[in-house]
Design a protein. Structure first.
Length: 220
């Protein structure tokens, strides 16, 4: 049997790494960060335990890479969702809704992520974080930013703050209120994007449930 080509080996490594990242997202979402071990992750991924340390320097890097991958894939799906659009305002609205949706759908995971990046080591630089950053920067540019280097970090900070507010145990901010604040800041119509929970103006969901919030009136 002839040896595998370099491209085949690279693809196998990518798949192996992705399985570890997906297993991390699944397990931390189910059990929490502290209760999830590297051995658990390797077992769930069907990988040898030594592969974890081969790809990642430790649990924190693995976890942040896993969440950044999830955020990148979620954002990419939202931006490319039918009907596809090149309109910058619509794409920004979709980006906001995608990240808010993660806070709603995966609160345990996102709380653990926020707690991790607030520690001394902060953000872990990894390919997944770079892909996420590229998509967000591209979204800001298409929105019409004249200074992407300044506006991208601001959008990132605002989204991080909104995720924290939604996922905060015990006293979460109403999702519709946070969405309204972000949409107001960027001058986005309420009907743009794909709202988490399919909220409607006035803080009502499709089933009529009151979301305890209404879009904020734009200041004069």
């Amino acid at each position: 049997m002839s040896p595998r080509s370099a491209s085949v080996n690279e693809e196998l490594r990518r798949r192996s790494r992705d399985r570890l990242l997906q297993a991390t997202v699944d397990l931390v979402g189910e059990r929490g960060y502290e209760a999830t071990t590297l051995g658990d992750i390797a077992d769930r991924a069907g990988s040898a335990r030594g592969l974890v340390s081969y790809y990642f320097s430790g649990k924190r890097q693995l976890f942040q890479s896993a969440v950044h991958r999830l955020m990148h894939l979620t954002l990419e799906e939202a931006l490319e969702r039918a009907p596809r659009t090149t309109d910058g305002r619509e794409r920004l609205a979709r980006a906001i809704d995608a990240i808010l949706g993660l806070a709603v759908d995966r609160p345990v995971l996102m709380r653990a992520h926020m707690a991790g990046i607030l520690q001394a080591e902060g953000f872990v630089q990894c390919p997944e974080q770079q892909r996420l950053a590229f998509l967000l920067r591209d979204t800001v540019e298409r929105y019409g930013s004249q200074d992407v280097d300044a506006d991208y970090p601001l959008l990132r900070a605002l989204l991080m703050g909104a995720v924290f507010a939604v996922a905060l145990p015990g006293v979460p901010m109403p999702l519709a209120r946070l969405r309204a604040e972000l949409f107001q800041r960027y001058g986005l119509d309420w009907g743009l994007g794909f709202p988490p929970g399919r909220e409607q103006p006035g803080g009502k969901s499709d089933n009529g449930t009151d979301q305890s919030s209404q879009p904020v009136e734009r200041s004069k």
